[in-house]
Design a protein around this ligand. Structure first.
Ligand code: AHM
Length: 332
């Protein structure tokens, strides 16, 4: 008789991991469970886009980055904040959608040792055209004393201090990918039971690849070294260019298939577009744990000292061997 391998849900997986560390308190697992719950709620709304009038389109405001805020951006932000606020594992949140940190200043939250940094809905300019979008998060241990409200200091930590990071991709299927220093694992949402189930165990970015992902429309605004690298890619017979314009989708593909993702600075925007704390750091953390590399062109992304919540950074990340060629060309 054929026996079916039983798949592990996200909760079962985090509990199994916990069992290997009897001293662990389970707070990080609890936080991941909360984020998974918010992701499922966001997924339901994302899937309704196109059917329900009041989901698509602009919310009519501009965020701190100067970008149009979409209604789904706000929905995702509210869901994540409310789940984390109602939980018992998070002291506060920094979100791309909010100017300032959100401090959950109550007795229980003040005792929580973690803070969460997030881009609730990345690639939101793609919502209206039914293209993959994502949520990105990282979790840091706070540096201020437990029992007090968290402060900005807890959020302005370099990426090397990240404890866990991940993303949710709302694509042809919905996946939650998260990593701790022990490894990166991917969970696919099984809509029949409403659970994220382990589908990609111990994800490793192939050491080499053939995909390069960059917005060619900015080619003439890039510095000559970046252009040289793009030309180098064009000259490789087996290379192919893929760019969705939704970093979660672009990086998820490259993580699985091997490749590099570039969002360099331009003449007008030397620091590029992506935010260090909400986008670059979590993706760099995952990529490094999965065996890849991530830099701002010169420095390891995870070592860049944050000076402001919404600071931007150029980003280059992906397969180790391609990244070595790229950084060699950028720094020669
Ligand atoms: P958005 O959330 O406002 O859409 O911006 C973030 C996105 C990233 O996901 C993506 O990599 C980048 O912006 C694409 O920018 P561009 O259109 O300049 O290539």
């Amino acid at each position: 008789m054929q026996t079916h391998r039983r798949v592990l849900t996200l909760d079962e997986f985090t509990i199994q991991e916990l069992r290997q560390f009897p001293a662990a308190t389970g707070e990080l697992s609890g936080l991941l469970r909360d984020i998974g719950l918010a992701a499922k709620r966001i997924n339901v709304e994302v899937n309704k886009a196109g059917l329900v009038d009041d989901i698509l389109g602009d919310a009519g405001s501009v965020n701190v980055q100067g970008e149009d805020v979409k209604k789904l951006d706000l929905f995702a932000d509210n869901q994540l904040i409310s789940v984390l606020r109602n939980g018992i594992y998070c002291a506060g949140v920094a979100s791309e959608e909010n100017d300032d940190i959100v401090v959950f200043d109550d007795e229980v939250s003040n005792r929580s040792k973690y803070v969460v940094l997030m881009d609730p809905l990345d690639g939101s300019s793609n919502i209206d055209v039914n293209t993959s979008i994502g949520s990105i998060f990282s979790i840091c241990r706070r540096v201020t004393p437990l029992g007090t409200p968290c402060t900005l200091q807890d959020f302005l930590q370099p990426g090397v201090r990240i404890v866990a990071a991940g993303y949710v991709i709302y694509g042809s299927s919905t996946m939650l990918v998260y990593g701790t220093r022990r490894g990166v694992n991917g969970f696919t949402l099984d809509p029949s039971i409403g659970e994220f189930c382990l589908s990609h165990r111990r994800m490793q970015c192939p050491p080499d690849g053939t995909i390069y992902s960059v917005n060619h429309g900015n080619y003439y605004a890039f510095n000559p070294r970046v252009r040289d690298y793009i030309e180098h890619c064009q000259q490789q017979k087996n290379y192919t260019q893929r760019y969705v314009g939704s970093m979660v989708a672009d990086i998820h593909r490259n993580l699985i298939k091997g490749g590099v993702f570039l969002y360099p600075g331009t003449v007008a925007k030397p620091q590029g577009k992506l935010r260090l704390l909400y986008e670059c750091n979590p993706m760099a953390f995952l990529m490094e744990v999965a065996g890849g590399l991530a830099t701002d062109g010169v420095r390891r992304i995870l070592e860049v000292p944050p000076t402001g919540l919404h600071q931007r950074s150029p980003l280059f990340l992906g397969s180790r061997s391609m990244m070595e060629t790229l950084t060699g060309m950028l720094t020669r």
